[in-house]
Design a binder for this molecule. Structure first.
Ligand code: FAD
Length: 411
């Protein structure tokens, strides 16, 4: 491990961080198995659950430990050094969907969701559709009001955990009884065949064959007239008309989490690079003595450190609703994900052919890290968001957006 122990910006060791450090060696050993077999890491989930890391951020009143996002971020970085798959599960069991429920849900919803997560379920968050990726508000999945609830219909794809997750937070366009569009809402869907809780009309219709994170199903889900009871609607504070904005505010925590996974992979890659530079000799000298590689290493370390500072700052700077500041979260994820790709690439380069082969974890880490400039808001969309914050405008993306903006300014 790189020796940064004197840095004031490194996390203090909490009980959770200690638990994560204890799990590291076993998670490192198993990581290749999940990847090769495209297998979900149930064994690690048992360990994470026993260690209290699943749902550690859930408030004490709901059976969790009330850990801050900062404490979660520290755990996620540590786990991601060893196993990206497990780190993603820790993020989704503490941030994003579950934090939206804890912020906006009813007491019953909080109780229900907390019990699933604390027992090892990783909730799935279902936003993206074949025709609505970056332009998420163009989603066509609808939830039509009917007596007693809502009828949900549509298709979502690239849903992390689809097929293994029991809890799903589905974003859908809400229509009233007359078909009038009210905005976007969140709908809790519980699919737990083991507990005889299946959802008629809910199907997993496909699994992507992915480049990295191969143990995690990325699934296509179809909803055909799925009945969602009224008490399973997550009602954002400003109602459905601003529902998307409220739900995305909660998603800022998941963005910080995703950036932190990228950071953890990069930090792990630096650890491997330091080991190998000292170990491998060419021209009669350890690689560590070549200045070309030393400079690469220094730049890698700077990127890791800057990412950590940005992510920890975002995790601590909570806006009114208790979620990370949007601007800081976008900036940190954008920077950390792009930096991590370059750091892991450089580490792999330092290993020469050995880095390209499967006997070292670098090739897997390189495949894993690649997704973080795509999933959870692409780097381009986040940059647009950051620039909009700096310019003080919501930078329009649709063709008629600038016309509307100018009209608004003229009023
Ligand atoms: P597109 O929106 O089609 O974009 C294609 C390219 O164009 C990108 O490079 C993008 O940055 C760029 N682009 C698009 N619009 C603009 C613009 N206005 N300005 C500049 N560039 C632009 N979704 C979920 O709902 N739940 C999940 O659990 C989930 N997990 C995922 C896991 C993985 C591994 C991946 C890869 C994706 C996951 N997603 C998930 C989907 C993810 O959020 C989307 O892939 C992402 O929002 C981008 O959408 P898209 O892939 O359709 O790309």
């Amino acid at each position: 491990m790189s020796d940064l122990s004197n840095s004031p910006n490194l996390p203090a060791e909490t009980t959770w961080l200690r638990a994560a450090r204890n799990l590291g060696p076993a998670f490192s050993k198993r990581a290749a198995k999940w990847d090769e077999n495209r297998e979900y890491c149930w064994e690690n989930i048992d360990d994470l659950t026993d260690a209290g890391l699943m749902g550690m951020s859930i408030p004490l009143a709901h059976g969790g430990q009330g850990a801050s996002f900062l404490a979660v971020v520290d755990v996620v970085e540590e786990i991601a050094r060893h196993c990206t798959l497990s780190a993603r599960i820790v993020v989704e069991a503490n941030m994003g969907g579950i934090s939206a429920v804890m912020a906006y849900g009813t007491e019953e919803q909080k109780k229900l969701c907390a019990s699933y997560v604390l027992n090892g379920d990783k909730p799935a968050i279902c936003i993206t559709e074949p025709g609505a990726g970056s332009a998420a508000t163009e989603m066509t999945t609808v939830a039509q009001k009917v007596p007693g609830g809502y009828r949900l219909s549509g298709v979502k794809h690239w849903i992390t955990g689809g097929g293994v997750s029991k809890l799903h937070l589905v974003f859908a366009r809400v229509l009233d009884e007359d078909g009038v569009n009210l905005g976007i809402g969140g709908f809790l869907l519980l699919h737990d065949p083991q507990a005889d809780l299946s959802c008629p009309g809910f199907e997993v219709i496909g699994r992507e064959r992915t480049m990295g994170l191969c143990g995690m199903p990325e699934a296509e889900l179809r909803f055909t007239d799925v009945m969602i009871a009224d008490d399973m609607v997550i009602s954002p504070p400003s109602g459905f008309s601003r529902g998307f904005a409220d739900l995305m505010t909660a998603y800022n925590s998941q963005r910080v989490g995703a950036g932190t996974i990228a950071l953890g992979i990069a930090a792990g890659a630096v650890d491997h690079a330091i080991r190998y530079l000292k170990e491998r000799e060419q021209f009669g000298r350890p690689l560590a003595e070549f200045q070309g590689l030393q400079w690469m290493l220094a730049e890698m370390d700077a990127k890791v450190h800057a990412s950590r500072l940005m992510l920890r700052e975002a995790a601590q700077t909570l806006c009114g609703k208790g979620f990370p500041d949007m601007h800081m979260a976008a900036r940190a994820k954008m920077f950390a994900s792009e930096s991590a790709i370059s750091v892991v690439n450089d580490a792999l380069q330092m290993f020469g052919a050995r880095g390209y082969g499967a006997q070292e974890p670098l090739e897997r880490m390189y495949r894993d890290v690649r997704m973080f400039t795509i999933g959870g808001g692409t780097a381009q969309i986040l940059k647009t968001q950051v620039a909009g914050g700096l310019l003080g405008i919501k930078v329009p993306q649709t063709r008629d957006g600038y016309v509307k903006l100018a009209e608004g300014a003229a009023k």
